[in-house]
Ligand binder design. Structure first.
Ligand code: SAM
Length: 279
């Protein structure tokens, strides 16, 4: 009988954020595959969990998979954890989960903390639609290319960034997205020096420059989406869509508005939906 693979979220700072179910699962499985066994040993010790750990990280995941899958196939229940938060979210685990599925093993999520979602829930920017971008490229030239591709995205963007790159990264965002774009800065979530702020990208550059403490710890950036296409004023687009929506479906009205004005169909469609909701 194949066993089960539990994908278990662990705290991102405050240890009380572990769930009852996570502790139960971690106690009950035969083995825990962890990103860093030394980091996870401390967590297990804190909760009196004596389950053996085995390393499964970025560098050995491919080689380790066969061994781990074999143990699952032999009937040993297994948990997968990362150093903090939800495995697979900018953390290893995807290859193991995919291999488990391919081998007919049931994969069971045990949800909990995730820095991206915690940040989004508290910074006060639109949360109905968002795009999780993970870490941006560390090289500036590639980061700028990436940011330029994201410039017209209307959804809220969520980005993880390392503290030593935060100032350069926010400066590049201000240059590409504009200094007036709103941003949420969520640092050290659930920890002693938790800092949650919302301001403009221009103001955030100054805030980080003037306080070196803000260049330490773990950071999530939540960036407000682009508002409208620059070449067409919102009011004119609204007028056109409102008229078209009197006779046409959202899809047809946004297609026609996009054809007539040259704005992206996606942008027209999103605005048409918003106008329909308001009506
Ligand atoms: N799997 C994790 C999750 O579910 O959020 C993310 C792991 S990723 C390797 C680490 C990054 O997540 C950090 O560089 C930071 O951007 C973000 N992060 C993790 N913990 C955080 C915290 N307590 N406060 C702010 N950001 C955090």
């Amino acid at each position: 009988m194949s066993a089960q693979l539990f994908v278990v979220a662990t705290p991102i700072g405050h240890l009380d954020d572990i769930t009852y179910r996570a502790i139960e699962v971690l106690k009950s499985v035969s083995i825990i595959a962890a990103e860093d066994t030394r980091t996870s040993a401390q967590l297990l010790k804190h909760f009196n969990i004596n389950t053996p750990l085995t390393a499964c990280h970025e560098h050995n995941e491919s080689n380790k998979i066969d061994l781990l899958i074999q143990r699952l196939v032999n009937g040993e229940n297994m948990a997968l954890i990362s150093d903090a938060g939800t495995p697979l979210i900018s953390d290893p685990g995807f290859k193991l989960v995919r291999a488990a599925q391919e081998n007919g093993i049931r994969v069971i999520p045990v949800p909990g903390a995730c820095a991206a979602i915690a940040a989004l829930s508290a910074v006060g920017l639109p949360s109905d639609r968002f795009s999780f971008e993970g870490f941006l490229p560390s090289k500036q030239s590639q980061r700028l290319l990436h940011l330029n591709r994201l410039k017209d995205e209307t959804q809220t963007l969520i980005i993880y960034e390392a503290p030593h790159r935060i100032l350069d990264c926010v400066q590049d965002m201000a240059d590409v997205f504009g200094a007036d774009r709103p941003v949420g800065f969520a640092r050290e979530i659930t920890k002693t020096f938790e800092t949650i702020k919302k301001m403009t990208l221009g103001a955030l550059v100054e805030f980080i420059k003037n306080d070196h403490h803000q260049q330490k710890g773990e950071i999530v950036l939540v960036i407000g989406g682009a508002t409208v296409e620059k070449d067409l004023e919102q009011e004119k687009l609204d007028q056109l869509l409102t008229r078209l929506l009197q006779d046409l479906s959202v899809k047809a009205a946004s297609q026609l508005a996009a054809d007539l004005t040259g704005i992206k169909k996606k942008v027209a469609y999103q605005r048409a939906l918003e106008l329909t909701d308001k009506a």
